[in-house]
Design a binder for this molecule. Sequence first.
Ligand code: MSP
Length: 508
Amino acid sequence: MSELLYLTTPIYYINGDPHLGHAYTTVLADTVARAARLEGRKVIFSTGTDEHGLKTVQNARAAGMTETEYANLFSHRFQEAWRVLGVQADVFLRTTQENHLRTVQKALSQLWEDGQIYRGTYEGWYCQPDERFFSPADARGGTCPLCSRTLEWVSEPDYFFRMSSHQAWLIEWIERHPDFIQPETRRNEVLSFLREPLADLCISRPRSRLEWGIRLPFDGEFTTYIWVEALLHYLTVLGWGGEPSRMAWWPQTSHLLGKDILTTHAVYWPTILHALGLEPPHSLFAHGWWVTSGRKMGKSLGNAVQPLELAQRYTPDGLRYFLLREMAAGMDAEFSEERVLARSQAELANIYGNLLQRLTAMLERYCARRVPEPAGGGMEEALLRERFEYLSGDFLRNCSEMRVHAALAGVMDALGEVNQYLERCAPWKEAAAGNRAAVATALYTASEALRIASGLLQSALPFTAPEALRRIGAKAVTQRWELEWGGLQPGSAVESGEPLYPRPVARE
Ligand code: MSP
């Protein structure tokens, strides 16, 4: 595994507030990035906002603002949401930034000079809200396959990227790199899409139809198609062609996205990169959708859920835990508030939070608020120790494979075993019998297990897991070796406190 990791989310459209789907991808990426940092990898984690396009013009007008004012307002709402949810991105990229303009113009100039772009005529079915053209087969009588709205027939001069000339190369690349498109079902989907001849890609819009965007460097009467511009932002983040360049991170790159934008990432993007003389990213991972009553959650269907409201009610970590634990990597998941409550209470509060409360209460009571010095320990302790030694490796591997749901399930199972261990050792009985060594061993062992679990859970729970570490008297865990058994120092001060995951008050 490379020491470097460039992990990205899509850059989101600013046609509304961030919703739960955006929050999911971003929190998942944040967790994977944190776990990778813990493993010692050098991570660049980027997210941002996709601000050009007709939608922004229309929305700004409707709100009585300029495009810039509107873009500033909504881009900041995304940034604010990520701050509240504890997302620690290294780069928040806005496509209206000057350096992005330079990247796009440099890439297009190079493609133009290399004969990868030609002028032609575009005719096709166009969906204005989605800003996508569809083939007659996909247009199904003039209805958008994505949003079901009416498509318009457009015929205009335009510029095209010779995407078709990279088709054979792309198929071979996908076949030779089984990890390139994940999960495997998505890889098969792309390969079957590529069985049909690939058309060239229209990369321009006449300025008369779209002013709010980046001009083609070789013809100022045209604006760059926003998907081409948006994909190129992945290079802007690394300062491609400029200074200081972080291109050492390319192609140690993992793009995280929803399955709605698989084709743009798995077909348009690698062919553009190939034409530019760059390798495709190491991998793309397309996750599933949050659905309500079986329908994709989103702004256009009007069924979007506001993550900030949920974070207020269930705490930011409560929401993060739900998102990460509920959706199995690559599958769809049904959203309901009952599920949020169930996950945050049944697992976070009742297993993790409860263990912390029990332990700190006993450490206060039987060990004078100090981490005790354990005696040698027996079979039970050796087994638990072994369990937690394996846990870290499993957790970090699952996270690096985007299987955060499994990583969290593993920690919860292991914590369940700590609870059972405590039941069997019954330190309260040993204390009553005056057996101080047995009390010390049991409480040290359980606390050390909780320390390791918390060190791992920090990636998912950046607010509460560090607090749990502090309460049991453990130092901050920032590197993998600090997860080794025995890190908890006897004599450290322990502190109890309010439950970390209180039950939300019932709604009126
Ligand atoms: N701007 C483009 C992406 C350009 S990236 C070079 C775009 N933006 S978007 O605002 O529509 O965001 C799409 C992404 O948001 C999805 O790929 C996914 O990451 C996330 N989600 C939006 N709705 C979602 C669900 N209902 N469920 C899960 N994630 C979804 O496309």
